[in-house]
Ligand binder design. Structure first.
Ligand code: CMC
Length: 379
């Protein structure tokens, strides 16, 4: 066997052959099944995009209608899942609640039939349908309220905002939120997708696949960055403070949240679209006091770090959009997860089609032939 050079973080090492999405990090291009993200964000819907990602082609009108109906039908969660979630501490992070709830679905729908297309379809539908309900239910229950039932007359994005805020959203807000879900649905071999594929390769159930990916997405170097961006903008506090704040970050060599990417060396195309959506929301619903700070920060970082390919990533402007939609900061990453379930499931399905268990190697750096010292003789 050829011994490969060790690459920390597996940088540049292909972990799969995939036809789901494509990124050109030098030109700032992202495509789902060959279709540019800009086009999907403008013309498609999240559920149509999820169908595209998972089944490989845009659905016909009948196929989409059937898929949407199935999703509507499966949006409710069992009362025992709700009761379990009621016992979660209200101070717990919603990503931890989501990971536990996603894993718990496996207790209720445990029959595993990975070679049966009907089982795969049902699992896809259940996960896409129930994850938003679980995120909204935890949000209401941690405030001491009962969760609200999903509404069958509302679309996917509008229903989520309704379950979260207990009132029907403005159609424009729902449309913007739906576009955000489309933008976050898939992004090649990122950490959580890799995690999903590794878990999938053991032929475990899809609920475990999604739960493992949720846990991976939660970290601040991945999906958790969107939450930290808002905290950073609040800490900066004013446009005048952007450059002194940045100098301090450089001095302490701290990472600037929402900037940099393993693949993109220009501005992430999703950040550009999200910035546009944020501006549309501000025009309709009023300004955000931190937007000018964000723009100034982007300018200052481009001057200082642009030559090293460090630009805004998807997490930089998404928080400002979500905040304008009335979403609390610690739900930003669960919302990322709601969208990314589509990508994880597409990779789960693709992995099953050509499965071989992931079992990389390592470069051992420890000792050999070490004597066992009895505990009484250890210094
Ligand atoms: N702020 C300051 N310096 C940075 C940043 C940043 N945000 N990102 C990269 N760098 C520097 C880094 O210090 C390193 O410098 P040097 O070569 O002198 O040691 C160089 O650029 C390469 O960085 P790296 O951390 O080795 O790059 P990576 O590909 O391993 O990490 C990253 C990519 C996204 C984890 C990193 O850019 C980062 O930590 N960014 C901040 C967190 C963030 O916004 N995460 C969201 C990622 S995009 C959406 C998602 O995946 O969820």
């Amino acid at each position: 066997m050829t011994v490969c050079e060790y690459k920390p973080g597996l940088e540049g090492i292909p972990a799969a052959q995939s036809s789901i999405s494509f990124v050109d990090g030098q030109q700032g291009i992202l495509e789902y099944r060959g279709i540019r993200i800009e086009e999907l964000a403008e013309k498609s819907t999240f559920l149509e995009t999820a169908y595209l990602l998972i089944w490989g082609a845009l659905p016909t009108q009948e196929e989409l209608a059937e898929f949407e109906t199935e999703i509507r039908y499966h949006r409710r969660i069992k009362y025992r899942i709700r009761d379990m979630m009621k016992c979660f501490p209200e101070t717990g992070h919603p990503m931890d609640a989501l990971q536990a709830s996603a894993a718990a679905l496996g207790l209720f729908y445990s029959r595993r039939a990975l070679d049966n297309p009907a089982y795969i379809r049902k699992a896809v539908v259940r996960l896409l349908a129930k994850i938003p309900t679980m995120v909204a239910a935890f949000q209401l229950m941690r405030k001491g309220n009962d969760p609200v039932q999903p509404r069958d007359d509302l679309g996917y994005a509008a229903n989520f905002l309704y379950m979260l805020n207990e009132r029907e959203p403005d159609p424009f807000a729902a449309k913007v939120f739906d576009a955000c879900l489309t933008l976050h649905a898939e992004q090649t071999m990122n950490a959580s997708t890799f995690s999903a594929r590794v878990t999938a390769s053991t032929l475990t159930d899809p609920y475990a696949v999604v739960a493992s990916a949720v846990g991976t997405l939660a970290g601040p170097l991945h999906g958790g960055a969107n939450e930290e961006v808002i905290e950073m903008l609040e800490e900066i506090g004013s446009v005048e403070n952007v450059r002194p704040y940045l100098e301090e970050l450089f001095r302490t060599k701290a990472k600037i949240m929402g900037f940099g990417h393993r693949v993109y060396k220009v501005k992430d195309p999703r950040a550009t679209i999200l910035q546009g959506l944020a501006e549309q929301l501000f025009a309709k619903y009023g300004d955000d006091q931190h937007y000018d700070i964000a723009v100034e920060l982007e300018k200052a970082i481009e001057e200082k770090l642009g030559h090293r390919g460090i630009y805004p990533n998807v997490d930089f402007y998404s928080g400002l959009v979500y905040r304008k939609l009335g979403i609390p900061t610690d739900l930003f990453t669960p919302i990322f997860a709601i969208a990314r379930v589509a990508g994880w499931l597409a990779h789960w399905k693709e992995q099953l089609g050509e499965n071989r268990i992931f079992r990389p190697t390592q470069i051992y750096t420890g000792d050999h032939q070490v004597d066992y010292i009895p505990i009484t003789e250890r210094g």
